[in-house]
Design a protein around this ligand. Sequence first.
Ligand code: CP
Ligand code: NVA
Length: 331
Amino acid sequence: MPINLNGRSLLTLRDYSPDEIEYLINLSINLKAKKRSGISGTALQGKNIVLLFEKTSTRTRCAFEVAVFDEGGNVTFLTNSQMGVKESIEDTAKVLGRYYDGIEFRGYQQETVENLALHAGVPVWNGLTDSYHPTQILADLLTMKEHIYKPFRKMKLSFVGDARNNMGNSLMIGAAKMGISFTAVAPPSLFPSEEIVNYARGIAAESGAVIEVTDEIAPGVKGSDAIYTDVWASLGEEDKLAERIALLQPYQVNGDLMKKTGNPDALFMHCLPSFHDSNTSIGATVKEKYGLDAMEVSDEVFRSRQSIVFDQAENRMHTIKAVILATCGKL
Ligand code: CP
Ligand code: NVA
């Protein structure tokens, strides 16, 4: 069956089959090559896209905007809508669906993006909620394909840190679907939920991936092709920073942890933004208050030859473009 994603929303990778994910990755590869050759597209000519943000962003907003502009479409960036305050999500979705051909949402509750999709009548894309970050995973899969010279089914990815956040959840699902063995390495209080682990293991039974959860760093990261980490306190969890610093300091990705993989070529991955130094206002406060130069990753690892974080960031744009074109463009 040929793959046709026209009209589909992307709310979580749970809703996409491995073949559909592979299709989006391959489309991204083509779109990346097209951009590199300087060819601009027309797949979104006459199309209008709205970007609805409750939380801050650099990559996601800019990747969506550039992706749409590259293909001849228009965008509206909306941060101060009536939604949820003076107007229900349902009514907002119905209105936006009359104006726009697609809606991107970044915010707190997964329920909000699900609700938008239920009522908009046009594709809705999850640009991050507290639970999931599916467009980030597409970029990460593309980046792994570009840098690790073996099939997904032979790769091992370890996520170290807050393994129950949107990134931990989404990576586990994406890896299980594509057959990548995945280990969540975290203190027990930050383990992913049993529901997600059981779901991922259910898929892994078909894809051949091994899904593990452990609080032991050395066996957890051993044999990894890539180590992935994320901030210790996600957007909206700023009040949890002190608690997380205490819990996660032993899990910092540094030279010592990278050595424990036993793989001198193990890659370092991060969705960004990252606290790898104190050159941010939060980083400076953390340094002053807790004496830490970095949080989830040392500056040395972040800047090392194994670090592919800026390739991941670039690939956000190519993969988001693929999602928009596949679901509402003229392909
Ligand atoms: N990785 C990511 O989603 O970055 P932003 O928060 O800057 O969009
Ligand atoms: N877990 C992070 C991801 C940022 C892209 C957050 O939600 O803030």
